[in-house]
Write a protein that binds this ligand. Structure first.
Ligand code: FAD
Ligand code: SF4
Ligand code: SF4
Length: 484
Protein backbone atom coordinates (compact mmCIF):
# COMPACT_ATOMS: atom_id res chain seq x y z
CA UNK A 1 0.00 0.00 0.00
CA UNK A 2 1.33 3.47 -0.90
CA UNK A 3 2.40 5.55 2.10
CA UNK A 4 0.00 8.42 2.89
CA UNK A 5 1.56 11.87 2.51
CA UNK A 6 -0.57 13.07 5.44
CA UNK A 7 -0.45 13.05 9.29
CA UNK A 8 3.04 14.56 9.42
CA UNK A 9 2.24 16.90 12.29
CA UNK A 10 4.65 15.26 14.75
CA UNK A 11 7.71 15.34 12.49
CA UNK A 12 6.94 18.59 10.62
CA UNK A 13 6.59 21.76 12.68
CA UNK A 14 4.02 24.41 12.09
CA UNK A 15 5.25 27.18 9.80
CA UNK A 16 3.73 30.37 8.39
CA UNK A 17 4.98 32.26 5.34
CA UNK A 18 7.81 34.60 6.36
CA UNK A 19 6.85 38.15 7.33
CA UNK A 20 8.91 41.03 5.96
CA UNK A 21 11.02 42.88 8.54
CA UNK A 22 8.91 45.39 10.48
CA UNK A 23 11.06 48.39 9.43
CA UNK A 24 10.66 47.49 5.76
CA UNK A 25 6.95 46.81 5.84
CA UNK A 26 6.20 50.08 7.65
CA UNK A 27 7.52 51.85 4.54
CA UNK A 28 4.84 50.69 2.11
CA UNK A 29 1.29 49.37 1.80
CA UNK A 30 2.21 45.99 0.38
CA UNK A 31 1.15 42.77 2.12
CA UNK A 32 3.47 41.85 4.97
CA UNK A 33 3.79 38.10 4.31
CA UNK A 34 5.30 36.31 1.38
CA UNK A 35 3.53 33.33 -0.13
CA UNK A 36 4.53 29.73 0.59
CA UNK A 37 6.84 28.23 -2.04
CA UNK A 38 5.18 25.11 -3.49
CA UNK A 39 7.28 22.65 -1.41
CA UNK A 40 6.36 24.50 1.78
CA UNK A 41 2.65 24.49 0.96
CA UNK A 42 2.79 20.74 0.30
CA UNK A 43 4.76 20.16 3.49
CA UNK A 44 2.42 22.25 5.67
CA UNK A 45 -0.69 20.67 4.11
CA UNK A 46 0.75 17.22 4.89
CA UNK A 47 0.51 17.94 8.64
CA UNK A 48 -3.28 17.52 8.53
CA UNK A 49 -4.49 14.38 10.30
CA UNK A 50 -7.56 14.03 8.01
CA UNK A 51 -10.06 14.03 10.84
CA UNK A 52 -13.28 12.06 10.36
CA UNK A 53 -15.16 15.00 11.88
CA UNK A 54 -13.09 18.00 10.77
CA UNK A 55 -13.64 20.74 13.34
CA UNK A 56 -11.79 23.14 11.07
CA UNK A 57 -14.60 22.86 8.50
CA UNK A 58 -17.31 22.95 11.13
CA UNK A 59 -15.96 26.30 12.35
CA UNK A 60 -15.37 27.74 8.87
CA UNK A 61 -18.49 29.79 8.05
CA UNK A 62 -18.34 28.46 4.47
CA UNK A 63 -17.81 24.85 5.63
CA UNK A 64 -14.94 24.62 3.17
CA UNK A 65 -13.74 21.08 2.35
CA UNK A 66 -10.49 21.79 4.17
CA UNK A 67 -9.06 18.27 4.78
CA UNK A 68 -9.76 17.31 1.15
CA UNK A 69 -7.99 20.28 -0.40
CA UNK A 70 -5.13 19.93 2.08
CA UNK A 71 -4.65 16.31 0.96
CA UNK A 72 -4.78 17.27 -2.73
CA UNK A 73 -2.18 19.98 -2.06
CA UNK A 74 0.09 17.56 -0.19
CA UNK A 75 -0.21 15.15 -3.15
CA UNK A 76 0.79 17.91 -5.60
CA UNK A 77 -2.68 17.90 -7.22
CA UNK A 78 -3.00 21.66 -7.04
CA UNK A 79 -5.48 22.22 -9.82
CA UNK A 80 -7.94 19.81 -8.20
CA UNK A 81 -7.28 21.45 -4.83
CA UNK A 82 -8.21 24.79 -6.41
CA UNK A 83 -11.40 23.42 -7.97
CA UNK A 84 -12.54 22.00 -4.67
CA UNK A 85 -11.65 25.11 -2.70
CA UNK A 86 -13.44 27.26 -5.27
CA UNK A 87 -16.59 25.12 -5.13
CA UNK A 88 -17.64 26.55 -1.76
CA UNK A 89 -16.16 30.06 -1.90
CA UNK A 90 -16.20 32.96 -4.33
CA UNK A 91 -13.04 34.48 -2.84
CA UNK A 92 -10.78 31.80 -1.26
CA UNK A 93 -7.58 33.79 -1.75
CA UNK A 94 -9.17 36.77 0.03
CA UNK A 95 -10.37 34.69 3.00
CA UNK A 96 -6.94 33.01 3.18
CA UNK A 97 -5.48 36.48 3.69
CA UNK A 98 -7.92 38.21 6.04
CA UNK A 99 -10.05 35.71 7.94
CA UNK A 100 -9.23 35.70 11.66
CA UNK A 101 -8.18 32.04 11.33
CA UNK A 102 -7.19 31.87 14.99
CA UNK A 103 -10.89 32.24 15.88
CA UNK A 104 -12.26 30.09 13.03
CA UNK A 105 -10.69 27.15 11.17
CA UNK A 106 -7.17 27.13 12.67
CA UNK A 107 -8.38 27.87 16.18
CA UNK A 108 -10.42 24.66 16.04
CA UNK A 109 -7.86 22.36 14.42
CA UNK A 110 -7.35 19.24 16.56
CA UNK A 111 -3.60 19.45 16.09
CA UNK A 112 -3.69 22.81 17.84
CA UNK A 113 -5.45 21.14 20.79
CA UNK A 114 -2.85 18.37 20.87
CA UNK A 115 -0.15 21.02 21.30
CA UNK A 116 1.53 20.73 17.89
CA UNK A 117 0.25 24.00 16.44
CA UNK A 118 -2.67 24.03 13.97
CA UNK A 119 -2.33 23.31 10.30
CA UNK A 120 -1.71 26.70 8.62
CA UNK A 121 -4.98 26.46 6.69
CA UNK A 122 -5.37 30.11 5.65
CA UNK A 123 -1.89 30.32 4.14
CA UNK A 124 -2.45 27.12 2.15
CA UNK A 125 -5.84 28.39 0.96
CA UNK A 126 -4.26 31.63 -0.23
CA UNK A 127 -1.44 29.70 -1.94
CA UNK A 128 -3.84 27.42 -3.85
CA UNK A 129 -5.94 30.16 -5.43
CA UNK A 130 -3.07 32.61 -6.05
CA UNK A 131 -1.41 29.77 -7.96
CA UNK A 132 -4.65 29.13 -9.86
CA UNK A 133 -4.77 32.77 -10.98
CA UNK A 134 -1.14 32.62 -12.12
CA UNK A 135 -1.57 29.34 -13.95
CA UNK A 136 -4.76 30.50 -15.71
CA UNK A 137 -6.93 27.87 -13.99
CA UNK A 138 -9.47 30.43 -12.78
CA UNK A 139 -12.25 30.05 -15.29
CA UNK A 140 -14.26 32.96 -16.66
CA UNK A 141 -17.70 33.48 -15.20
CA UNK A 142 -20.16 31.88 -17.62
CA UNK A 143 -23.79 32.93 -17.37
CA UNK A 144 -26.38 30.16 -17.34
CA UNK A 145 -29.22 29.86 -19.86
CA UNK A 146 -30.97 33.25 -19.88
CA UNK A 147 -34.06 33.32 -17.67
CA UNK A 148 -35.25 36.73 -18.86
CA UNK A 149 -35.39 37.83 -15.23
CA UNK A 150 -33.44 40.68 -13.77
CA UNK A 151 -31.99 41.25 -10.33
CA UNK A 152 -30.72 44.39 -8.57
CA UNK A 153 -27.95 44.07 -6.00
CA UNK A 154 -27.44 47.17 -3.85
CA UNK A 155 -23.88 47.14 -2.52
CA UNK A 156 -20.75 45.74 -4.18
CA UNK A 157 -19.11 44.36 -1.04
CA UNK A 158 -18.35 40.65 -0.52
CA UNK A 159 -22.03 39.81 0.21
CA UNK A 160 -23.35 41.59 -2.89
CA UNK A 161 -20.59 40.36 -5.20
CA UNK A 162 -21.01 36.75 -4.08
CA UNK A 163 -24.77 36.81 -4.61
CA UNK A 164 -24.29 38.54 -7.98
CA UNK A 165 -21.91 35.80 -9.12
CA UNK A 166 -24.24 32.91 -8.23
CA UNK A 167 -27.31 34.68 -9.67
CA UNK A 168 -25.47 35.32 -12.94
CA UNK A 169 -24.46 31.65 -13.14
CA UNK A 170 -28.18 30.87 -12.74
CA UNK A 171 -28.87 32.89 -15.91
CA UNK A 172 -30.31 36.14 -14.58
CA UNK A 173 -29.45 39.66 -15.70
CA UNK A 174 -27.62 41.09 -12.72
CA UNK A 175 -27.19 44.81 -12.00
CA UNK A 176 -25.00 45.90 -9.09
CA UNK A 177 -25.52 49.43 -7.74
CA UNK A 178 -22.88 50.99 -5.48
CA UNK A 179 -22.30 54.48 -4.17
CA UNK A 180 -18.53 54.24 -4.51
CA UNK A 181 -16.66 54.68 -7.77
CA UNK A 182 -15.04 51.24 -7.40
CA UNK A 183 -16.60 47.91 -6.46
CA UNK A 184 -15.47 45.74 -3.53
CA UNK A 185 -17.04 47.52 -0.54
CA UNK A 186 -14.77 47.37 2.50
CA UNK A 187 -12.41 45.02 0.63
CA UNK A 188 -11.54 47.99 -1.58
CA UNK A 189 -11.95 51.06 0.62
CA UNK A 190 -11.84 49.78 4.23
CA UNK A 191 -9.19 47.07 4.58
CA UNK A 192 -5.70 48.46 3.87
CA UNK A 193 -3.34 47.06 1.25
CA UNK A 194 -0.92 45.64 3.84
CA UNK A 195 -3.65 43.09 4.68
CA UNK A 196 -5.16 42.77 1.21
CA UNK A 197 -3.54 44.26 -1.89
CA UNK A 198 -6.04 45.99 -4.12
CA UNK A 199 -5.27 44.14 -7.37
CA UNK A 200 -6.40 40.92 -5.63
CA UNK A 201 -9.86 42.46 -5.22
CA UNK A 202 -9.93 44.15 -8.62
CA UNK A 203 -9.20 40.95 -10.57
CA UNK A 204 -12.26 39.38 -8.92
CA UNK A 205 -14.39 42.39 -9.90
CA UNK A 206 -13.07 42.29 -13.50
CA UNK A 207 -14.03 38.62 -13.79
CA UNK A 208 -17.59 39.47 -12.76
CA UNK A 209 -17.77 42.35 -15.27
CA UNK A 210 -16.47 40.11 -18.04
CA UNK A 211 -19.17 37.58 -17.07
CA UNK A 212 -21.85 40.14 -17.94
CA UNK A 213 -22.71 41.55 -14.52
CA UNK A 214 -23.53 45.23 -15.01
CA UNK A 215 -22.00 47.59 -12.44
CA UNK A 216 -23.58 50.98 -11.78
CA UNK A 217 -20.86 52.73 -9.78
CA UNK A 218 -21.29 56.10 -7.99
CA UNK A 219 -24.99 55.23 -7.81
CA UNK A 220 -26.45 55.82 -4.38
CA UNK A 221 -29.80 54.23 -3.68
CA UNK A 222 -31.81 56.84 -1.81
CA UNK A 223 -30.25 59.64 -3.87
CA UNK A 224 -30.21 58.32 -7.44
CA UNK A 225 -33.20 55.97 -7.14
CA UNK A 226 -35.63 54.85 -4.47
CA UNK A 227 -36.02 51.22 -3.48
CA UNK A 228 -39.43 51.13 -5.18
CA UNK A 229 -37.98 52.41 -8.43
CA UNK A 230 -35.51 49.51 -8.40
CA UNK A 231 -38.32 47.07 -7.56
CA UNK A 232 -40.24 48.21 -10.65
CA UNK A 233 -37.19 47.71 -12.86
CA UNK A 234 -36.10 44.32 -11.50
CA UNK A 235 -37.74 41.04 -10.53
CA UNK A 236 -35.94 40.90 -7.17
CA UNK A 237 -33.68 43.18 -5.15
CA UNK A 238 -30.88 42.42 -2.71
CA UNK A 239 -29.83 44.91 -0.05
CA UNK A 240 -26.16 44.30 0.84
CA UNK A 241 -25.15 47.80 1.91
CA UNK A 242 -23.02 47.05 4.98
CA UNK A 243 -22.98 49.25 8.10
CA UNK A 244 -21.51 52.74 7.93
CA UNK A 245 -22.81 54.91 10.78
CA UNK A 246 -19.78 55.52 13.03
CA UNK A 247 -20.33 55.20 16.78
CA UNK A 248 -19.89 58.59 18.42
CA UNK A 249 -17.74 59.79 21.34
CA UNK A 250 -19.36 62.30 23.68
CA UNK A 251 -16.67 64.48 25.23
CA UNK A 252 -15.82 68.19 25.36
CA UNK A 253 -13.85 69.32 22.30
CA UNK A 254 -14.93 66.38 20.11
CA UNK A 255 -15.78 68.76 17.22
CA UNK A 256 -12.26 70.21 17.05
CA UNK A 257 -10.48 70.05 13.68
CA UNK A 258 -8.00 67.17 13.49
CA UNK A 259 -10.41 64.66 15.06
CA UNK A 260 -11.51 62.42 12.21
CA UNK A 261 -13.59 59.31 11.46
CA UNK A 262 -11.69 56.06 10.87
CA UNK A 263 -13.34 55.24 7.58
CA UNK A 264 -12.76 58.73 6.10
CA UNK A 265 -9.12 58.26 7.02
CA UNK A 266 -8.84 54.72 5.60
CA UNK A 267 -10.74 55.55 2.40
CA UNK A 268 -8.38 58.48 1.73
CA UNK A 269 -5.37 56.23 2.26
CA UNK A 270 -6.78 53.44 0.09
CA UNK A 271 -7.57 55.93 -2.67
CA UNK A 272 -3.93 57.08 -2.57
CA UNK A 273 -2.90 53.44 -3.12
CA UNK A 274 -4.97 53.51 -6.33
CA UNK A 275 -3.09 56.67 -7.38
CA UNK A 276 -6.10 59.00 -6.92
CA UNK A 277 -5.75 62.65 -5.95
CA UNK A 278 -7.44 63.09 -2.57
CA UNK A 279 -7.88 66.73 -1.53
CA UNK A 280 -8.21 65.96 2.20
CA UNK A 281 -5.02 63.91 2.09
CA UNK A 282 -3.07 66.51 0.10
CA UNK A 283 -4.19 69.25 2.57
CA UNK A 284 -2.88 67.13 5.45
CA UNK A 285 -6.30 66.73 7.10
CA UNK A 286 -6.30 62.94 6.52
CA UNK A 287 -2.55 62.40 6.44
CA UNK A 288 -0.61 61.34 9.54
CA UNK A 289 2.84 62.33 8.27
CA UNK A 290 4.95 63.98 10.99
CA UNK A 291 2.07 63.96 13.49
CA UNK A 292 1.42 62.59 16.94
CA UNK A 293 -1.51 60.31 16.27
CA UNK A 294 -3.96 58.91 18.80
CA UNK A 295 -6.36 56.18 17.64
CA UNK A 296 -9.33 55.48 19.89
CA UNK A 297 -10.75 51.93 19.82
CA UNK A 298 -9.69 48.29 20.13
CA UNK A 299 -11.14 46.55 17.08
CA UNK A 300 -9.71 45.63 13.71
CA UNK A 301 -10.57 49.06 12.29
CA UNK A 302 -8.49 50.71 15.03
CA UNK A 303 -5.55 48.36 14.24
CA UNK A 304 -5.82 49.23 10.55
CA UNK A 305 -5.74 52.97 11.37
CA UNK A 306 -2.73 52.55 13.66
CA UNK A 307 -0.77 50.63 11.04
CA UNK A 308 -1.78 53.04 8.26
CA UNK A 309 -0.57 56.02 10.33
CA UNK A 310 2.80 54.31 10.88
CA UNK A 311 3.16 53.81 7.12
CA UNK A 312 2.32 57.46 6.45
CA UNK A 313 5.31 58.51 8.60
CA UNK A 314 3.60 59.58 11.83
CA UNK A 315 5.88 60.92 14.57
CA UNK A 316 4.19 58.69 17.15
CA UNK A 317 1.14 56.41 17.13
CA UNK A 318 -0.76 55.52 20.29
CA UNK A 319 -3.86 53.39 20.53
CA UNK A 320 -6.19 54.12 23.43
CA UNK A 321 -8.51 51.31 24.48
CA UNK A 322 -10.79 51.20 27.53
CA UNK A 323 -10.37 47.47 28.28
CA UNK A 324 -7.17 45.42 28.49
CA UNK A 325 -5.42 43.38 25.85
CA UNK A 326 -7.19 40.14 26.75
CA UNK A 327 -10.60 41.80 26.41
CA UNK A 328 -10.14 43.65 23.15
CA UNK A 329 -12.34 42.73 20.18
CA UNK A 330 -9.56 42.98 17.57
CA UNK A 331 -7.33 40.10 16.50
CA UNK A 332 -4.26 39.45 18.66
CA UNK A 333 -2.32 38.74 15.47
CA UNK A 334 -2.99 42.31 14.30
CA UNK A 335 -1.97 43.82 17.67
CA UNK A 336 1.31 41.92 17.47
CA UNK A 337 1.88 43.21 13.92
CA UNK A 338 1.14 46.78 15.03
CA UNK A 339 3.52 46.52 17.99
CA UNK A 340 6.29 45.13 15.80
CA UNK A 341 5.80 48.11 13.48
CA UNK A 342 6.14 50.63 16.33
CA UNK A 343 2.66 51.32 17.73
CA UNK A 344 2.19 51.92 21.43
CA UNK A 345 -0.93 50.58 23.17
CA UNK A 346 -2.42 52.43 26.11
CA UNK A 347 -4.68 49.77 27.61
CA UNK A 348 -7.42 50.54 30.14
CA UNK A 349 -7.73 54.17 29.14
CA UNK A 350 -10.58 56.30 27.78
CA UNK A 351 -10.76 59.88 26.44
CA UNK A 352 -12.36 62.52 28.68
CA UNK A 353 -11.84 65.67 26.60
CA UNK A 354 -9.91 67.06 23.64
CA UNK A 355 -7.72 70.17 23.86
CA UNK A 356 -7.10 72.67 21.07
CA UNK A 357 -8.70 75.73 19.54
CA UNK A 358 -7.98 75.80 15.77
CA UNK A 359 -6.93 72.17 15.76
CA UNK A 360 -6.58 69.39 18.30
CA UNK A 361 -3.41 69.49 20.43
CA UNK A 362 -4.00 66.81 23.07
CA UNK A 363 -6.28 64.08 24.34
CA UNK A 364 -7.10 64.21 28.02
CA UNK A 365 -7.76 60.68 29.20
CA UNK A 366 -8.45 58.73 32.33
CA UNK A 367 -7.33 55.27 33.44
CA UNK A 368 -10.00 52.59 33.63
CA UNK A 369 -10.38 49.40 35.64
CA UNK A 370 -12.52 46.37 34.84
CA UNK A 371 -15.59 45.98 37.04
CA UNK A 372 -18.28 43.29 37.19
CA UNK A 373 -19.39 41.54 33.97
CA UNK A 374 -22.19 43.39 32.15
CA UNK A 375 -25.21 41.90 30.29
CA UNK A 376 -22.90 40.72 27.48
CA UNK A 377 -20.75 38.82 30.01
CA UNK A 378 -17.74 41.13 29.44
CA UNK A 379 -16.28 43.00 32.39
CA UNK A 380 -17.45 46.60 32.18
CA UNK A 381 -14.73 49.28 32.31
CA UNK A 382 -15.13 52.04 34.91
CA UNK A 383 -13.00 55.17 35.46
CA UNK A 384 -10.32 55.18 38.16
CA UNK A 385 -10.80 58.45 40.06
CA UNK A 386 -7.79 60.80 40.02
CA UNK A 387 -5.97 58.98 37.25
CA UNK A 388 -6.28 61.62 34.51
CA UNK A 389 -3.40 62.02 32.06
CA UNK A 390 -2.64 63.86 28.83
CA UNK A 391 -1.37 62.69 25.43
CA UNK A 392 -0.06 65.11 22.78
CA UNK A 393 -2.05 64.72 19.59
CA UNK A 394 -2.18 66.46 16.18
CA UNK A 395 -4.48 63.85 14.68
CA UNK A 396 -7.11 61.83 16.56
CA UNK A 397 -8.82 58.96 14.77
CA UNK A 398 -12.13 57.69 16.15
CA UNK A 399 -12.50 53.94 15.56
CA UNK A 400 -15.28 52.77 17.84
CA UNK A 401 -17.17 50.63 15.34
CA UNK A 402 -20.19 51.08 13.12
CA UNK A 403 -23.96 50.78 13.27
CA UNK A 404 -26.51 50.53 10.48
CA UNK A 405 -27.74 53.65 8.75
CA UNK A 406 -31.49 54.37 8.82
CA UNK A 407 -32.25 52.50 5.59
CA UNK A 408 -36.04 52.76 5.55
CA UNK A 409 -35.74 56.55 5.61
CA UNK A 410 -32.76 56.60 3.24
CA UNK A 411 -34.43 54.30 0.73
CA UNK A 412 -37.80 56.08 1.01
CA UNK A 413 -39.68 52.97 2.09
CA UNK A 414 -41.19 52.89 5.58
CA UNK A 415 -42.39 49.29 5.00
CA UNK A 416 -38.80 48.08 5.25
CA UNK A 417 -38.62 47.03 8.90
CA UNK A 418 -35.46 47.09 10.95
CA UNK A 419 -34.39 45.61 14.29
CA UNK A 420 -33.76 47.68 17.40
CA UNK A 421 -30.11 47.89 16.33
CA UNK A 422 -31.15 49.41 12.99
CA UNK A 423 -30.11 46.35 10.97
CA UNK A 424 -32.55 45.14 8.31
CA UNK A 425 -34.97 42.53 9.61
CA UNK A 426 -35.22 39.37 7.51
CA UNK A 427 -37.16 36.14 7.73
CA UNK A 428 -34.24 33.83 8.50
CA UNK A 429 -35.79 30.96 6.53
CA UNK A 430 -35.94 32.96 3.29
CA UNK A 431 -33.65 35.95 3.92
CA UNK A 432 -36.51 38.09 2.58
CA UNK A 433 -37.23 41.46 4.20
CA UNK A 434 -40.66 42.79 5.09
CA UNK A 435 -40.98 44.04 1.47
CA UNK A 436 -41.96 41.45 -1.15
CA UNK A 437 -39.10 40.48 -3.46
CA UNK A 438 -36.52 42.42 -1.43
CA UNK A 439 -33.82 40.34 0.29
CA UNK A 440 -30.92 41.38 2.54
CA UNK A 441 -27.51 39.89 3.42
CA UNK A 442 -24.15 40.65 4.99
CA UNK A 443 -23.35 43.27 7.63
CA UNK A 444 -26.65 45.13 7.07
CA UNK A 445 -28.37 42.08 8.58
CA UNK A 446 -25.73 40.83 11.03
CA UNK A 447 -24.23 44.13 12.14
CA UNK A 448 -20.45 44.64 11.70
CA UNK A 449 -19.05 41.16 11.11
CA UNK A 450 -16.51 39.45 8.86
CA UNK A 451 -15.83 39.06 5.17
CA UNK A 452 -16.26 35.29 5.33
CA UNK A 453 -19.74 35.67 6.85
CA UNK A 454 -20.69 38.16 4.14
CA UNK A 455 -19.64 35.59 1.53
CA UNK A 456 -21.64 32.89 3.28
CA UNK A 457 -24.71 35.17 3.36
CA UNK A 458 -24.22 36.03 -0.32
CA UNK A 459 -24.15 32.34 -1.17
CA UNK A 460 -27.26 31.58 0.90
CA UNK A 461 -29.29 34.56 -0.25
CA UNK A 462 -28.61 33.74 -3.91
CA UNK A 463 -30.26 30.36 -3.33
CA UNK A 464 -33.31 31.93 -1.69
CA UNK A 465 -33.61 34.57 -4.41
CA UNK A 466 -33.34 31.85 -7.02
CA UNK A 467 -36.27 29.97 -5.43
CA UNK A 468 -38.29 33.20 -5.32
CA UNK A 469 -37.53 34.00 -8.96
CA UNK A 470 -38.44 30.48 -10.09
CA UNK A 471 -41.77 30.70 -8.29
CA UNK A 472 -42.37 34.13 -9.80
CA UNK A 473 -41.63 32.87 -13.31
CA UNK A 474 -43.97 29.94 -12.80
CA UNK A 475 -46.76 32.16 -11.53
CA UNK A 476 -46.38 34.72 -14.35
CA UNK A 477 -47.92 32.78 -17.30
CA UNK A 478 -50.73 31.56 -15.03
CA UNK A 479 -51.51 35.13 -14.06
CA UNK A 480 -51.76 36.06 -17.72
CA UNK A 481 -54.46 33.36 -18.18
CA UNK A 482 -56.54 34.51 -15.19
CA UNK A 483 -59.74 36.46 -16.15
CA UNK A 484 -59.35 40.22 -15.69
P1 FAD B 1 -19.54 46.10 2.70
O1 FAD B 1 -18.25 45.46 2.44
O2 FAD B 1 -19.59 47.21 3.68
O3 FAD B 1 -20.11 46.61 1.31
C1 FAD B 1 -21.29 47.36 1.24
C2 FAD B 1 -21.31 48.18 -0.04
O4 FAD B 1 -22.58 48.84 -0.13
C3 FAD B 1 -20.27 49.29 -0.09
O5 FAD B 1 -19.54 49.21 -1.29
C4 FAD B 1 -21.08 50.59 -0.04
O6 FAD B 1 -20.50 51.61 -0.84
C5 FAD B 1 -22.41 50.14 -0.65
N1 FAD B 1 -23.53 50.98 -0.24
C6 FAD B 1 -23.89 51.34 1.03
N2 FAD B 1 -25.00 52.09 1.00
C7 FAD B 1 -25.36 52.22 -0.31
C8 FAD B 1 -26.42 52.89 -0.98
N3 FAD B 1 -27.34 53.60 -0.33
N4 FAD B 1 -26.46 52.83 -2.34
C9 FAD B 1 -25.52 52.12 -3.02
N5 FAD B 1 -24.50 51.47 -2.42
C10 FAD B 1 -24.43 51.51 -1.09
N6 FAD B 1 -13.39 41.42 8.10
C11 FAD B 1 -12.56 40.35 8.02
O7 FAD B 1 -13.02 39.22 7.84
N7 FAD B 1 -11.21 40.50 8.15
C12 FAD B 1 -10.63 41.72 8.30
O8 FAD B 1 -9.41 41.82 8.39
C13 FAD B 1 -11.47 42.87 8.35
N8 FAD B 1 -10.95 44.10 8.47
C14 FAD B 1 -11.77 45.18 8.46
C15 FAD B 1 -11.21 46.45 8.52
C16 FAD B 1 -12.02 47.56 8.50
C17 FAD B 1 -11.40 48.92 8.54
C18 FAD B 1 -13.44 47.42 8.48
C19 FAD B 1 -14.33 48.62 8.53
C20 FAD B 1 -14.00 46.16 8.43
C21 FAD B 1 -13.18 45.03 8.41
N9 FAD B 1 -13.71 43.75 8.32
C22 FAD B 1 -12.87 42.67 8.25
C23 FAD B 1 -15.17 43.53 8.21
C24 FAD B 1 -15.61 43.27 6.76
O9 FAD B 1 -14.97 44.18 5.91
C25 FAD B 1 -17.12 43.35 6.61
O10 FAD B 1 -17.71 42.46 7.54
C26 FAD B 1 -17.58 42.98 5.20
O11 FAD B 1 -16.95 43.78 4.23
C27 FAD B 1 -19.10 43.12 5.07
O12 FAD B 1 -19.47 42.87 3.75
P2 FAD B 1 -20.81 43.48 3.12
O13 FAD B 1 -20.83 43.03 1.70
O14 FAD B 1 -21.96 43.15 3.98
O15 FAD B 1 -20.66 45.07 3.20
FE1 SF4 C 1 -10.45 29.35 7.37
FE2 SF4 C 1 -11.69 31.54 6.50
FE3 SF4 C 1 -10.69 29.86 4.76
FE4 SF4 C 1 -12.81 29.17 6.19
S1 SF4 C 1 -12.70 30.77 4.65
S2 SF4 C 1 -11.02 27.89 5.74
S3 SF4 C 1 -12.39 30.20 8.13
S4 SF4 C 1 -9.51 31.04 6.22
FE1 SF4 D 1 -6.79 18.59 9.38
FE2 SF4 D 1 -6.86 20.14 11.59
FE3 SF4 D 1 -8.95 20.00 9.99
FE4 SF4 D 1 -8.30 17.89 11.46
S1 SF4 D 1 -9.02 19.86 12.23
S2 SF4 D 1 -8.93 17.89 9.28
S3 SF4 D 1 -6.08 18.08 11.44
S4 SF4 D 1 -6.94 20.82 9.46
Amino acid sequence: MAETPMLKFVGVSQDYPAKRAAELRAEDFKEISARFPVEKAEEQASRCSQCGVPYCSVHCPLHNHIPDWLRLTAEGRLREAYQLSNSTSTMPEICGRICPQDRLCEGNCVIEFSGHGSVTIGSVEKFITDTAWEEGWVEPLVAGKATGQSVAVIGAGPAGLTAAEYLRVAGHDVHVYDRHDRAGGLLTYGIPGFKLEKDIVMRRVERLKEGGIVFHQSFEVGRDATLDELRKKHDAVLIATGVYKPRAIKAPGIGTAGIVESLDYLIASNRKSFGDTVAAFESGALNAEGKNVVVIGGGDTAMDCVRTALRQGAKSVKCLYRRDRANMPGSQREVANAEEEGAEFVWLAAPEAFDGTDTVTAVRATKMRLGQPDASGRRAPEPEPGSEFRLDADLVIKALGFDAEDLSRLFGNEDLTVTRWGTVRVDHKTMQTSVDGVFAAGDIVRGASLVVWAIRDGRDVAEHMQAYLKAKAKAAPQKALEPA
